[in-house]
Design a protein around this ligand. Structure first.
Ligand code: NOJ
Length: 563
């Protein structure tokens, strides 16, 4: 099967919702499912086709729902299963598809399976998790993302054993090597598909397979354990099995979250003939502004546009014949799009935000937008540790404090890097708490909701970021060549302008994007475009000076049809 075969999940535009931060209807400062229902008409009005909903399952919220204690129930803070059913029905009535989060590398330690597993070495659920008997000594080193000590083995007195947790101590890793575990997971997936959900985004899916002899970590992975975690011996066997047993039986979409997976491995996951997944989120872009393997530390020198282009161009090439890419600039684990890849100063915010919208919507691959991107929400940049809620920031702070490290530098870093930047409540209007909640929100609202970064005021302005987003989504929908057309990079060495063509038969597009705070000129006359008709631009200035010479305003985006 070729990558250009038409599919709804290739043509759709995705909107990711972090339910805790979207809309509170209960007045407890926490978003809920009724809040999403209330906003479905709004989401539909954006031109969105698919909603990816971060976890809404029962959870003690050590990691905001990524620690699940019951896969078949809804978190009471968010509502009930009846609310969920109403949400799904409301979405389907509007022609919206629902993609759920599937978190099956680990459960919560409060899940029934783990509560049983830790009771005794003979318990029938013992082998649902990874245990290391303490009489064998200290287990070989494994790193944990969220552990205060960075140690992924936690000693559990009750059975004098250690259990494995790649994330927090409250997120023990499931043992996929046990066929019973796989069966339970597949049945749970059927449960949701039978309800009618339209797909899954699969949390850290490459981590599920482990070498259960737990060898010493090979030297080369010390300090960069992620590729080791992502290359378990039976990963593809399990994904293929999951596809055969579950996924292939429904018209659904899947997108894996794949830290540690590089381009050489890409087609192992998404070559259609291998029957595993449809798409995945690689981590190359999200690492671009980070310090080497230190994924949570900002790098010292600024990232370069040529590096950015290379990442998108290389990945495009990876999927040129087979597979399909996913495009995203932010999500709930990352800072805000415009603050990170554009410019959120008042002078440049409008053009930078809309330029980045234009980018994702003219690239090849399925575009994923994160709630609030459509109105240009920005990083909150907290000054004090007390404002943070994220376990990642809090535990790293605790660790550095314990080690006597420089906490001011850490707080400066978190202003740009922290996940809470991307989790602040949705900015609906200019009333108190931005219309998100009528009581104190679980995480502070960005005060710029009072300065026009809110839905209500942008609705009223036909030239707002929000209305540009809608127009740009429509441009993609009206031009199938922007979905399937071949991508070709122009001006690869230019550090200010990202230029490319998209061509499908007679449909030919030229996209020009300025990433500069200054006016820039480019000359692409060698390309012989013929006629150039402007389809959309985020700036009133006409960039084309004639004969393939262009002058772009700061952060200007232009999409032309040529030929
Ligand atoms: C990736 C998720 O996106 C993140 O939010 C979570 O903390 C970890 N996986 C653990 O589930």
């Amino acid at each position: 099967m070729e990558s250009n075969q038409r599919k709804w999940w290739k043509e759709g535009v995705v909107y990711q919702i972090y339910p805790r931060s979207f809309q509170d209807t209960k007045g407890n400062g926490i978003g809920d499912i009724q809040g999403i229902i209330k906003r479905l008409d709004y989401i539909k009005s954006l031109g969105i086709d698919i909603i990816w909903l971060c976890p809404v399952y029962e959870s003690p919220n050590d990691d905001n729902g990524y620690d699940i204690s019951d896969y078949r129930n809804i978190m009471s803070e968010f509502g009930t299963m009846a609310d969920f059913d109403q949400l799904l029905e409301g979405m389907h009535q509007r022609g919206l598809k629902l993609v759920m989060d599937l978190v099956v590398n680990h459960t919560s330690d409060e899940h029934f399976w783990f509560r049983e597993s830790r009771k005794s070495r003979e318990n029938p659920y013992r082998d649902y998790y990874h245990w290391w008997p303490a009489e064998k000594g200290i287990p070989p080193k494994r790193f944990s993302y969220f552990d205060v000590d960075g140690d992924a083995w936690k000693y559990d007195e009750q059975t004098n054993s250690y259990y494995l947790h790649y994330f927090s101590v409250k997120q023990p890793d499931l043992k996929w090597e046990n066929p019973k575990v796989r069966r339970e997971i597949y049945e749970m997936m059927h449960f949701w598909f039978k309800k009618g959900v339209d797909g899954f985004r699969m949390d850290v899916i490459p981590f599920i397979s482990k070498d259960v002899s737990y060898p010493e970590l090979p030297e080369k992975y010390n300090g960069n354990f992620v590729p080791f975690y992502a290359n378990g011996p039976k990963l593809h066997e399990y994904l293929h099995e999951m596809n055969k047993e579950v996924l292939s039986k429904y018209d659904i979409m899947t997108v894996g979250e794949t830290p540690g997976v590089d381009r050489d491995q890409a087609l192992l996951f998404v070559d259609e003939d291998r029957e595993e997944l449809n798409m995945f989120f690689h981590f190359e872009l999200m690492s671009l502004d980070r310090e080497g393997d230190e994924v949570f530390w900002m790098r010292k020198d600024p990232w370069k546009l040529t590096e950015f282009k290379k990442i998108f161009s290389d990945w495009d090439e990876t999927f040129a014949e087979k597979g399909w890419g996913s495009l995203f600039l932010s999500n709930h684990d990352n800072p805000r799009t415009v603050s990170r890849w554009g410019n959120d100063t008042s002078e440049h915010w409008y053009n930078a935000t809309t330029m980045l919208h234009s980018f994702l919507l003219t690239m090849k691959g399925t575009p994923y937008f994160y709630y609030g991107d459509e109105i240009g929400m920005t990083n909150i940049r907290f000054d004090a540790i007390k404002d943070y809620q994220d376990i990642n920031t809090l535990n790293r702070y605790a660790l550095l404090k314990q080690q006597g490290m420089d906490l001011d530098t850490f707080l400066e870093n978190e202003k740009e890097a922290s996940r809470d930047n991307g989790r602040t409540p949705m900015q609906w209007d200019s009333s108190e708490n931005s219309g998100f909640s009528n009581s104190r929100p679980w995480l502070k609202v960005n005060s710029n909701y009072k300065d026009g970064i809110n839905v209500e005021s942008q609705e009223a302005d036909s030239n707002s970021v929000l209305n540009y987003f809608r127009k740009m989504v429509q441009v993609r929908k009206d031009h199938l060549g922007l979905v399937y057309g071949n991508y070709r990079l122009l001006l690869g060495e230019n550090e200010e302008v990202y230029a490319y063509t998209r061509i499908m038969d007679t449909e030919k597009y030229l996209v020009l994007l300025s990433f500069s705070t200054e006016k820039t000129t480019v000359d692409i006359s060698a390309e012989n475009f013929g006629t150039l008709d402007l389809i959309i631009s985020n700036d009133a200035s006409n960039a084309h000076l004639g004969n393939g010479a262009f002058e772009l305003q700061s952060y200007q985006a232009c999409v032309y049809r040529f030929g």
